[in-house]
Design a protein around this ligand. Structure first.
Ligand SMILES: *[C@@H]1O[C@H](CO)[C@@H](O)[C@H](O)[C@H]1NC(C)=O
Ligand SMILES: *[C@@H]1O[C@H](CO)[C@@H](O)[C@H](O)[C@H]1NC(C)=O
Ligand SMILES: *[C@@H]1O[C@H](CO)[C@@H](O)[C@H](O)[C@H]1NC(C)=O
Ligand SMILES: *[C@@H]1O[C@H](CO)[C@@H](O)[C@H](O)[C@H]1NC(C)=O
Ligand SMILES: *[C@@H]1O[C@H](CO)[C@@H](O)[C@H](O)[C@H]1NC(C)=O
Ligand SMILES: *[C@@H]1O[C@H](CO)[C@@H](O)[C@H](O)[C@H]1NC(C)=O
Ligand SMILES: *[C@@H]1O[C@H](CO)[C@@H](O)[C@H](O)[C@H]1NC(C)=O
Length: 547
């Protein structure tokens, strides 16, 4: 084989590697952490910090894709490396007593964009801006239904199906029926979600034409806007056969909203229909544990999930979203908000944080949990904003030094009357979180805990930059106070974390173990090795191909 042929082959292979990287897979998503925006309520093109937004009235408040581009520093400043935006397509126009389609979940036309949020070029620019920062672009997507304003008239007789694109006649839809029992999957999947003001005509997703149109649309949108992943809205209400076809037919990672607390249902979905789901079972346990101060169920749920689910790490972990009450609505207590965030960010799975959680917003239900973020002035000094930044750092750092951090499972190591301890990661470099259900008005006390580090290990609480030493029996005396969470990591491995005064350099385990950390020569050596390894891998696969 001539040199030039070899060069061309390597070039082709590298091109292949690069282009396949644009269709991100579950394995590519596991290390990421996602910030969820609702475009209309996140940022405006004019950069306003004062434009009023009456969430109860429920009208468009002026947020745009262009506005989002201008606030990516704010998102990246917390350490997020992915953004999920609300649905992009044209929604129904007009108003009902509780507002209009600002949220994007009332589809009208799959082939046009929602002009309130910007233009084709704006969306291309948002995608490019994210990718230039090394961030992934996720899009929320409605494939279960369209929407129609009947304003109280009978949906069985008052929906004009010809207005929908491309589903422009009644044959594309299930006949109207109202969901009577939301736990009955047949009912939930055949009948309409929505209400009598805005019924949501339910697409006949068992039908081959409907399936093909939706799959083709999604693949086209992904290609056009270089989208790296999808959230599938109302996935529970789509028949499972289509969900499976959609997830096989659409060339990207997707996480499907199945709003169920039962682990057995999640297990069925993940085993059979879709790789990832937002982790609703854990969500419900988080809320119960921290709002009711009952630690036993979350401790058990962590164990149960690990044993039952095919892959907890492929799920999206969250504690707020646009459908659920804000943590701050249960209580003003900042300690509760901190404990919830520590668990959400450091438990297995891909953290997904809903815009405004970092500002401790307090909206207690739809629609008041869709606050305009600009009214917070994007305060980067907010306590929870800073906390999230630290948690993203320790998560990334533990993964850099761990062998398989994003495949490792969280284990419960402690459950007290008002404390929970969890560990994740390879022995010796694990992250240990100690959480409290006590309020910030509570006092100081000590807790002796078997933290799983070896006797004598010096560990640091990365939230307070304080050293502790594990005693000669492997116990750690944790000084609990004011309901504050603790996050431990071995002090020896803190270099490179960007936390507690340690530099944020690209260290390797070998560098820290030989004590030759943080020299720039060392770093160059490391990245040089990376390129060599990649080339070697390319050569090897080429030779395998040629044999
Ligand atoms: C917000 O909208 C609601 C419902 O339309 C209305 O009752 C309320 O007065 C409005 N609030 C403000 C501050 O305008
Ligand atoms: C629906 O009813 C509301 C009053 O509740 C009215 O303001 C609105 O214009 C009506 N919308 C349509 C599309 O008929
Ligand atoms: C579920 O709902 C369907 C109708 O939508 C009904 O035929 C069926 O009996 C229900 N199943 C259960 C277990 O209630
Ligand atoms: C999935 O798609 C294939 C090919 O279009 C089709 O034959 C099959 O019936 C679909 N499965 C379901 C459950 O709809
Ligand atoms: C915690 O919740 C479990 C399950 O709901 C219950 O059995 C237990 O009694 C609760 N414990 C406390 C202290 O409330
Ligand atoms: C923590 O311990 C390490 C190593 O033992 C030491 O270098 C460092 O100064 C200590 N940091 C603090 C804040 O005490
Ligand atoms: C850090 O180094 C590893 C390999 O040594 C490389 O894969 C990675 O891209 C580097 N990360 C950064 C942010 O430079």
């Amino acid at each position: 084989m001539s040199r030039s042929t070899l060069g061309r082959l390597v070039g082709l292979l590298i091109t292949g590697l690069i282009s396949s990287a644009s269709a991100a897979r579950t394995v590519d998503w596991k290390p990421r952490s996602i910030y969820q925006t609702m475009t209309d309520r996140f940022a405006r093109t004019d950069g306003s910090l004062t434009a009023p937004c009456n969430t109860t009235a429920g009208f468009y408040c002026g947020g745009t894709w262009r506005g989002t581009i201008d606030r990516l520093d704010y998102i990246q400043g917390m350490g997020f490396d992915a953004v999920m935006i609300s649905p992009i397509i044209e929604n129904i126009h007009g108003q009902v007593s509780y507002g209009e389609a600002y949220h994007g979940y009332w589809p009208l036309n799959f082939n046009t964009l929602n002009s309130h949020f910007g233009t084709h070029q704006d969306l291309l620019d948002l995608s490019a801006a994210l990718h230039s920062r090394g961030m992934y672009f996720m899009m929320d997507t409605v494939i279960n239904n369209m929407a129609y304003i009947t304003n109280g008239s009978n949906p069985a007789t008052h929906i004009d199906y010809s207005v929908f694109t491309p589903f422009n006649n009644a044959d594309y839809f299930h006949p109207y029926c109202k969901i009577k029992n939301w736990e009955n999957m047949t009912d939930a999947q055949r009948c309409q979600t929505g209400d009598l003001d805005v019924p949501l005509p339910d697409l006949f997703t068992e039908h081959a034409d409907v399936q093909q149109l939706l799959i083709a649309w999604a693949n086209n949108a992904i290609k056009t806007y270089s989208i790296d992943g999808l959230r599938i809205d109302a996935a529970k209400h789509v028949n499972t056969g289509f969900l499976q076809n959609f997830s096989n037919g659409v060339d990207t990672f997707m996480t499907g909203e199945v709003l169920e607390g039962a682990v057995s249902i999640m297990e069925d979905y993940q085993s059979n229909y879709i790789d990832s789901l937002p982790n609703y079972p854990i969500y419900f346990e988080i809320i119960d544990a921290f709002t009711q101060g009952n630690t036993s169920q979350l401790a058990k749920a962590v164990e149960n999930m690990r044993i039952t689910m095919p892959d907890v790490n492929a799920m999206a972990t969250f504690s707020e979203n646009h459908d659920k009450p804000r943590i701050g609505s249960y209580s003003d207590d900042i300690a509760m908000a901190k404990n919830v965030l520590v668990f959400t960010m450091l438990f297995d799975g891909i953290p997904m944080i809903y815009q405004g959680q970092e500002q401790h917003l307090k909206g207690n239900s739809v629609p008041v949990n869709r606050e305009a973020i600009w009214l917070t002035k994007y305060d980067t000094n907010a306590v929870l904003y800073q906390l999230i930044a630290k948690l993203n750092r320790i998560r990334n750092h533990a993964a850099l030094l761990g062998t398989n951090y994003f495949e490792d499972s969280t284990h419960t190591i402690y459950q007290g009357a008002s404390e929970l301890g969890f560990t994740k990661g390879v022995q010796g470099r694990q992250v240990v979180m100690v959480l409290s259900t006590q309020p910030s008005t509570s006092g100081a006390y000590n807790l002796d805990m078997a933290v799983t580090y070896n006797a004598g290990t010096v560990i640091m609480d990365v939230l307070n930059c304080k050293n502790y030493t594990v005693d000669n029996q492997g116990l750690l005396r944790v000084d609990m106070n004011k309901g504050e969470p603790r996050v431990f990591f071995p002090t020896q491995y803190m270099e490179g974390s960007g936390l507690c005064g340690y530099s944020e350099t690209n260290v390797t385990l070998a560098m820290l173990e030989t004590g030759s950390s943080s020299t720039s020569a060392g770093m160059q050596f490391t990245s040089g090795t990376g390129v060599a390894a990649l080339l070697l891998a390319v050569m090897t696969s080429m030779f395998v191909m040629l044999v």
